[in-house]
Design a protein around this ligand. Structure first.
Ligand SMILES: N[C@@H](CCC(=O)N[C@@H](CS)C(=O)NCC(=O)O)C(=O)O
Length: 364
């Protein structure tokens, strides 16, 4: 299968296709068609798509254009299930209505406003076009009834390992989330509002509509149970779940305290060096972990939420006492496997770098 998308990143319909291609994890090539240089009007392009719009998708010898037709084709042909485009007639009819609303109302409001400015040198949007945008917003606001949207918010700081564990789970499950930065150095977690929500004043805290829960371990298991397409990250099988729970509590009770009590005096109270007894706690945590890691993942043969939680903490401990592969071959092999996960690269690594920079700027 060779998929090619004739594309321009600035074009919203092209971006819709890109989102679906990425979501479905399909391999594809982009060919940039710069409409400002009239590249959509070449003889070759018009032979392929006489309507000379972008995007156009080519799948071997099959050609189709119009982003809505493309995304539906991709899900129908390559989706593992019909989650993005339900085969239930009523659900599908509503999705189709929204797709046509995009074609007929949303996109024209944008195009009619932009084209005179981008292509014909006009300097201001015409008032009647701005009216179309406002009217499109009014309609959309009415469609987006509460039942049809799920809004998760995570009170978060990237440098915090438990927050990064939640980010990895949210990213892995592809859940839309609003991150609310909660800076501990600025005491954002001690405001009256925050304390009303989470009297333990820890981050992360998850808000799902009117439901509030904190503690990263409770959050990741909630997310999988409520929103996971299957239970693979937190199996319902009693024995598998018990092992995962043990690892999660090990993170709460051993790994994370070893980190917290080492760095808190340095981050918040101006100490310059970790206390030797805290370094001993980290070594002891490594010794235990090395013994647990007899399988590829921390709770067995499959990746689970325990890998997100423990890798967020252990990758941070690694900043304080580097994990020697000669002494801890199992931890170092596992951490390497974790570091190859997209969720780790995208959601653990940036915050881990923040953590590392903060630590290195404070010790001396
Ligand atoms: N067991 C909790 C630990 C959370 C935690 O202690 N987070 C730290 C930041 S990494 C925090 O909020 N510290 C501020 C405080 O406890 O007041 C979890 O996994 O969410």
């Amino acid at each position: 299968m060779v998929l090619t998308l004739y594309n321009l990143d600035a074009s919203p319909p092209c971006r819709a296709c890109q989102m679906v291609l990425e979501y479905l994890k399909l391999p594809f090539n982009y060919v940039t068609v710069n409409t400002l240089n009239k590249e959509q009007l070449t003889e070759e392009y018009i032979k392929m798509n006489p309507q000379h719009t972008i995007p156009t998708l080519v799948d071997d010898d099959f050609v189709v254009w119009d982003s809505h037709a493309i995304v539906v084709y991709l899900v129908t042909k390559y989706g593992k299930d019909d989650a993005l485009y339900s085969s239930d007639p009523k659900k599908r009819a509503l999705i189709d209505q929204r797709l046509h609303f995009d074609t007929g109302v949303l996109f024209p409001a944008l195009r009619d406003t932009l084209v005179p400015i981008v292509y014909f040198g006009e300097k201001q949007s015409k008032p009647e076009n701005l009216e179309k945008i406002v009217s499109a917003y009014d309609f959309t606001e009415k469609f987006l009834t509460k039942a049809s949207i799920m809004v998760l918010s995570l009170y978060n700081l990237d440098a915090s390992p438990p927050c990064r564990a939640c980010q990895m789970a949210l990213g892995y499950l592809n859940l839309p989330v609003k991150y609310i930065t909660t800076d501990l150095l600025k005491k954002d977690h001690h405001t009256e509002e925050y304390l009303k929500m989470n009297p333990q004043h820890t981050i992360p805290t998850l808000v799902d509509d009117d439901f509030v829960v904190w503690d990263s371990h409770a959050i990741v298991t909630y997310l999988v149970t409520k929103y996971g397409k299957d239970d693979s990250l937190y199996p319902t099988d009693a024995k598998k779940r018990a092992i995962i729970d043990q690892r999660l509590h090990f993170d709460t009770g051993i790994l994370f305290p070893a980190l917290r009590y080492t760095v808190a005096p340095i981050f918040f109270f101006g100490e310059k060096q970790p206390k030797p007894e805290n370094l001993e706690k980290i070594k002891s945590a490594y010794e235990f972990t090395e013994k647990f890691l007899t399988k590829p993942w921390i709770a067995g043969d499959e990746l689970t939420v325990a890998d997100f939680c423990c890798s967020a903490t252990i990758s941070s401990l690694n900043t304080i006492i580097p994990i020697d592969a000669g002494i801890y071959p199992n931890i170092s092999g596992w951490l390497k496997r974790c570091s190859e996960l997209d969720a780790y690269k995208k959601y653990n690594l940036p915050g881990l770098n923040d953590f590392k920079s903060l630590y290195e700027s404070r010790v001396g």
